[in-house]
Design a binder for this molecule. Structure first.
Ligand SMILES: N[C@@H]1[C@@H](O)[C@H](O)[C@@H](COP(=O)(O)O)O[C@@H]1O
Length: 260
């Protein structure tokens, strides 16, 4: 696992956008796994700026969702489908037909979950998966004690996650209790995992994920099992890392050709 400490969220966003742009130049129809929440927005903004300036052409890129609320009516502005369309697909000029996501309004949720795992496989697998981290250490919506081998399935949100996400809704009562999320086993199949965490509120979860034992109680610790995982953190989110100086020195000495 590589840990990169950046000064702030904007720097983290541009660093990851540069890695995405390099991937898209190498593979114009790359499948990008995107996360929702506030943290990855600087990535999407920086990449959209590169697309707008003509530095990169994202028109053939394919995008897939990490997770989705269950039971929100189709077109609800806070469904993750709507969020990804608004924040990623439209600004990058990606064809809506190249967008994959689980159907959170399906009558048969288990079938929708299996179908999503199959669709990801049929699409050739995710080239680069962007991840955020919950304050309780979750990735996607894999809450603490999710199986490290899990596949896409329905999960129940913890009260803490519902409270964290209530800012996107009119009240806590409106935040769904159930979600569909790519499983940890599904996420680990992506070729490159890039987790961005910013702000002091994520410092404890980041330290547990990066320097703690691999444990289902901290789902993000599963990144330690992946051969190509990159964790990008700002100074505040890095504040509980014991090995911060080592991570800084390693990145400072990194040969440029290696990229992320
Ligand atoms: N399902 C999403 C996660 O994918 C995201 O990482 C997390 C943190 O969000 P934020 O970046 O807004 O803190 O929120 C939600 O729970």
């Amino acid at each position: 696992m590589e840990v990169v400490i950046v000064p702030d969220a904007t720097a983290g966003g541009s660093l990851i956008a540069d890695a995405l742009a390099a991937l898209v130049r190498r593979k114009p129809d790359a499948l990008l796994g995107v996360a929702t929440g506030s943290t990855p927005l600087p990535i999407y903004e920086a990449l959209a700026a590169q697309v707008a300036s003509g530095a990169v052409d994202a028109s053939r890129v394919r995008v897939c969702q990490l997770d989705e609320y269950v039971g929100l009516p189709a077109g609800h502005p806070e469904s993750y489908r709507s969020v990804v369309l608004r924040e990623v697909v439209e600004p990058l000029g990606i064809d809506k037909g190249s967008f994959l996501g689980p159907d959170g309004s399906a009558d048969d949720i288990p079938a929708a979950c299996t179908a999503y795992d199959e669709a990801l496989r049929a699409a050739g697998g995710v080239d680069l998966q962007i991840l955020g981290i919950g304050t309780d250490g979750h990735i996607g919506f894999n809450e603490p004690c999710s199986s490290l081998a899990s596949r896409t399935r329905i999960k129940t949100l913890t009260r803490q996650t519902r409270e964290d996400n209530a800012r996107f809704f009119d009240s806590l009562d409106e935040v769904p209790h159930h979600v569909i999320t790519q499983g940890i086993g599904t996420i680990l199949e992506a070729r490159h995992l890039v987790l961005l965490a910013t702000g002091a509120g994520k410092a404890h979860a980041v330290a547990q994920a990066v320097e703690g034992p691999v444990a289902a109680v901290v789902p993000a610790s599963a990144l330690q099992l992946h051969p190509h995982a990159t964790v990008v953190v700002d100074e505040a989110a890095a504040s509980e890392l014991k090995l911060a100086d080592y991570f800084r020195a390693t990145y400072a000495a990194k040969p440029e050709w290696q990229g992320l």
